[in-house]
Ligand binder design. Structure first.
Ligand SMILES: O=C(O)COP(=O)(O)O
Ligand SMILES: [Mg+2]
Length: 227
């Protein structure tokens, strides 16, 4: 019997995908005669899916979004990124061992990302992590993306691990999604966020993935005490 369901965000939580996203943005910029965006700026533009990433990157270079040229830029970015989606993207320290441990404890696990499902699958497969996840869901999987709570609740339901459900993420989008879904959120502080996570109301903040099992245990103890 399953112990419950842990849903993970992908970018900035399980994997550091900034090098490939920033590299792809810079290729797009170069093709359009614009200065590169760079890793540090790209880091704070990520989190709302590819169309928003491209829109924000163009805005950084003073390019006003027009529906037709914007759509063409998103299409081109998708081609560029699709060719290098897992070239430099790597799991954060201790992800593999902690996932192994949680699976061993009986947790059912899933991924809920604003990255399109096929890219998320490519990354998870390439990094040898796919065996841990019952479901990998992008915004195109159920037709809704975070912060819409249905992205999280549908992912958890499809994983089939039952309750409790926990969400592990890295951004204000993830915390808002968890809150809207009524699902406790453990947030990793090393990820991609525009604003510090301290005041956003995550149930636990942790600095490394290795701290996750203890954070889950303390959250569960707190919930058990409250019922
Ligand atoms: O692709 C994005 O915008 C962010 O992806 P994430 O939801 O896995 O952090
Ligand atoms: Mg993220």
């Amino acid at each position: 019997m399953s112990k419950g369901t842990i849903v993970f965000d992908l970018d900035g939580t399980l994997v550091d995908s900034v090098p490939d996203l920033a590299g792809s943005l810079d290729t797009l910029m170069a093709e359009r005669g614009l200065a590169p965006i760079g890793v540090e700026t790209a880091r704070r533009l990520i989190g709302h899916g590819i169309p928003n990433l491209v829109r924000r990157a163009l805005a950084e270079r003073g390019v006003e979004w027009q529906d037709d040229t914007g759509a063409a830029a998103v299409k081109r970015f998708t081609e560029i990124y699709g060719a290098r989606v897992a070239q430099e993207t790597r799991p954060y320290a201790d992800v593999e061992t902690v996932l192994e441990r949680l699976a061993g404890e009986g947790w059912r696990m899933a991924v809920c990302t604003n990255k399109m499902e096929r890219f998320a699958r490519q990354i998870v497969d390439h990094l040898g992590l796919s065996r841990h996840f019952a479901v990998v869901a992008g915004p195109d999987t159920f037709g809704v993306g975070k912060p819409d709570p249905r992205h999280l609740t549908e992912t958890a339901a499809a994983a089939g691990g039952g309750h409790p459900v926990l969400f592990v993420g890295d951004s204000e989008v993830d915390i808002a999604t968890g809150k809207a879904a009524g699902v406790p959120v453990i947030a990793l502080t090393y990820g991609y966020t525009k604003t510090p996570l301290d005041d956003l109301g995550a149930d636990r903040l942790i600095d490394t993935f290795a701290e996750l099992p203890d954070a889950i245990a303390s959250l569960q103890a707190e919930q058990a005490a409250a019922t």
